[in-house]
Design a protein around this ligand. Structure first.
Ligand SMILES: C[S@@+](CC[C@H](N)C(=O)[O-])C[C@H]1O[C@@H](n2cnc3c(N)ncnc32)[C@H](O)[C@@H]1O
Length: 273
């Protein structure tokens, strides 16, 4: 896993297309380490795998007896709502399940359990309370994000953590609506957030925001840069350290200037975002 964290943090090496920043790669691994250290057991679920960038990281998380399941519609042509289909056509044209598989197998000996189909089918596939970590990064319409939040709530067991991608992206505000709607029930407890992902739990006896912030402080490359009160709870904003951000940014600039000099066709999703 350490090698993959380095890989994601080095734009000169990272050639897995997708959307995973070093900050979240580290923070997801911090959360996983805390769960393992505290003896919280369960499977790992990802909704929305694309070409495997985050799934590869999650594939390092399961301990003996635990597993990773990923769900994506890939190129299956599975029917989804019009809004969901429009988003998929705009953002993931030409996505092939085989691209995911090839990338994943560069870093792991075997594939995870893969459910090819809309995430709404996961209710039939993932046992209630069986997971300790669910990463939601699938369809970004309000309806899909809302259903995925409910899937996560149902799938998560003791000390389970939900990680919600694109919680504050202006072009897909339905995710924020689904997240805050859940938050306002008073049951969802925020733990941490980055520019890209929101980390929370439904278990008041599980990990705490303070515990996550303390663990972040021991991790090179990221820092808990400020605590924000969100109604009855507080959560830590997590970013890269300034030095790491400068190095990463310089690496990104070097990669992008080369890609654009070569014509730029593959530039937009080449690294990280
Ligand atoms: C933003 S991408 C995932 C990025 C990936 N997690 C990464 O780290 O690069 C969203 C993925 O969700 C998938 N998707 C969209 N709608 C879906 C749905 N209703 N059910 C399952 N997957 C869906 C898309 O095919 C796409 O691969």
């Amino acid at each position: 896993m350490a090698d993959y964290l380095d890989f994601v943090g080095d734009p000169g090496r990272d050639d897995v297309e997708g959307w995973l920043y070093p900050t979240d790669a580290h923070l997801m691994s911090v959360v996983n380490d805390l769960q393992v250290d505290r003896g919280f057991r369960g499977d790992v679920l990802e909704i929305g795998a694309y070409k495997g960038k985050s799934a590869i990281l999650l594939g390092f998380f399961p301990e003996a007896g635990e597993s990773l399941t990923v769900c994506d519609i890939f190129d299956s042509g599975a029917p989804v709502s019009d809004g969901n289909a429009r988003e998929n056509t705009a953002f993931y044209p030409g996505l092939l399940q085989t691209d995911f598989e090839k990338n994943y197998l560069r870093f792991h000996d075997r594939l995870p359990r893969v459910h090819v189909g809309p995430s709404e089918e996961l209710g039939e596939i993932v046992a209630p309370g069986s997971c300790r970590l669910v990463h939601i990064d699938g369809g970004h319409t309000y309806e899909v994000a809302r259903a995925d939040m409910e899937t996560a709530r149902r799938a998560l067991g003791p000390a389970g953590i939900v990680v919600v991608d694109d919680w504050s992206s202006a072009h897909i505000p339905g995710v924020a609506m689904a997240l805050w709607e859940r938050y306002l029930t008073g049951e969802l407890i925020p733990l941490a957030f980055t520019k890209g992902k929101f980390y929370a739990t439904w278990d008041p006896a599980g990990l705490t925001a303070g515990e996550v912030a303390d663990a972040v402080a021991t991790r090179p490359g990221i820092e808990a840069s400020g605590t924000v009160r969100l109604g009855r709870y507080a959560a830590a904003g997590v970013t890269m350290t300034p030095g790491d951000w400068q190095r990463y940014n310089a690496g990104l600039r070097a990669v992008y200037s080369k890609l654009y000099a070569d014509g730029g066709a593959s530039a937009p999703q080449r690294v990280g975002f």
